[in-house]
Design a protein around this ligand. Structure first.
Ligand code: GLU
Length: 302
């Protein structure tokens, strides 16, 4: 049986002050946008006494993550003047905990295997011009949700590769059962929000290539690390609707949120990892001092 409190109490001390984190994926060099996010999280932790700032390496995307980026981003963060608690949590070390949560959701009847390839999904969406869209693009059309149970069992028995998707309608109904009030969460900038996870449709909770996903991993790890204030870019604002539903289904504590604005270049475009000129490493090597980089990242020294 999934017991999130047991999982959390192993690593989370009793909350005192704010606990924030920076959770980069080591898929490229740290750029000014990340520096902004990391400095923002660290400042939020230290703004009130007793705060703690954590670093978490989100390395579940094994195809894109590289050890040199992991080492490089820690070096760049330290050069920027940041300190964090050790040991650093590495997401890929916790897949067993993610599996326990998936078992719990499966036992509630809220997961189903999805055998579709990207191509299958695109073809299905192209065939229905009014396919609904969510924040990440067109929603999964539900092909495998409607599979005949015997066919599903045969394909599983044959070892056909599959992802695990959350049956969103059932999951929402489950969270609503018992007449409890609608799910809400709070963002420091945008105020109180009613959770609308169905914006995303039947999200993937375990990928074909790795038995977890961003939504599942981030929600579980924030709870396990005792994070009380999740800070991250505005681009992930809507994802919080899904995380709030997972917290309800897995009986996890609900942190506060603060989604910050994104740093843009002079043309108003979001900074990306491919912008090497904006890499902290490039600026460092060019002799720009840390205080200037902190100012360029939009978090000048007080
Ligand atoms: N690992 C995610 C990223 O690098 C951030 C996740 C989060 O802060 O929730 O975009």
């Amino acid at each position: 049986m999934f017991d999130p409190r047991a999982a959390s109490s192993r690593s989370a001390p009793p909350p005192r002050g704010r606990v924030t984190r920076f959770a980069p994926s080591p898929t490229g060099w740290l750029h000014l946008g990340h520096a902004h996010s990391a400095l923002f999280a660290a400042r939020q932790a230290t703004a009130v006494p007793g705060g703690r700032f954590l670093l978490r390496i989100e390395d579940i995307d094994t195809g894109r993550c590289r050890p040199e980026y992991d080492a490089g981003l820690r070096e760049d963060l330290a050069w920027l003047g940041l300190t964090w608690e050790e040991p650093v949590r590495r997401q890929s070390d916790h897949l067993a905990e993610h599996a326990v949560a998936l078992d719990h959701l499966r036992a509630l009847g809220l997961l189903y295997p999805c055998f579709c390839t990207r191509k299958d999904i695109q073809a299905e969406i192209a065939a229905s011009p009014s396919a609904p869209h969510g924040p990440d693009g067109p929603l999964y059309p539900g092909t495998c949700r409607a599979l005949d149970p015997a066919e599903r069992a045969d394909r599983l028995a044959a070892g056909e590769p599959h992802a695990l998707r959350l049956d969103m309608a059932r999951a929402e109904a489950h969270a609503d059962a018992g007449g409890s009030p609608a799910l809400t969460w709070h963002d420091a900038g945008a105020g109180s929000q009613c959770a609308r996870p169905s914006l995303f449709g039947d999200v993937v909770l375990a990928r074909k290539d790795i038995p977890t996903s961003y939504h599942l991993a981030v929600t579980l790890d924030d709870a396990a690390q005792g994070v009380t204030l999740v800070t991250r870019g505005q681009d992930l604002f809507e994802a919080t609707h899904v995380h709030r539903l997972l917290q309800a289904l897995l009986d996890l504590p609900v942190p506060e949120y603060h989604h910050h604005g994104l740093l843009t270049d002079a043309a108003g475009r979001r900074l990306a990892k491919r912008d090497n000129a904006r890499a902290v490493r490039t600026l460092r090597e060019a002799g720009v001092p840390p205080a200037d980089v902190r100012a360029m990242a939009g978090v000048p020294d007080a």
